[in-house]
Write a protein of this length. Structure first.
Length: 104
């Protein structure tokens, strides 16, 4: 892994991909039954659209696998940084409200 962190870590593209996958999954999770149109001259006013729902579920499972893989890579990078280049760094020191913790 890259020894630099932040935007130089090489993980920015992965984060962007993960951020794009989530809205796609949300759109595909929308109930397909809201797209139902009357059929057979108004005799049948409800269509299950089960196959469209199954297709969307399959697409979301693939996206979820990709999202999970990205999260595991980002977690591995975080563990590497905390164990290596950032070892000994006090986490949360800036949240204590002390002015000397902030760089202006």
């Amino acid at each position: 892994m890259n020894r630099a962190w932040g935007i130089n870590s090489g993980m920015t593209l992965l984060h962007t991909t993960a951020a794009a996958l989530v809205p796609e999954m949300q759109v595909l999770a929308h109930p397909v039954s809201t797209l139902s149109l009357p059929g057979k001259g108004g005799q049948e006013d409800y269509n299950t659209l089960a196959m469209a729902s199954i297709y969307n579920l399959g697409s979301n499972i693939g996206r979820f696998d990709t999202l999970l893989a990205i999260l595991l890579l980002l977690s591995a990078q975080g563990i590497y940084l905390l164990d290596g280049p950032l070892a000994g760094l006090l986490m949360g020191a800036g949240a204590e409200g002390k002015e000397e913790n902030y760089v202006i």
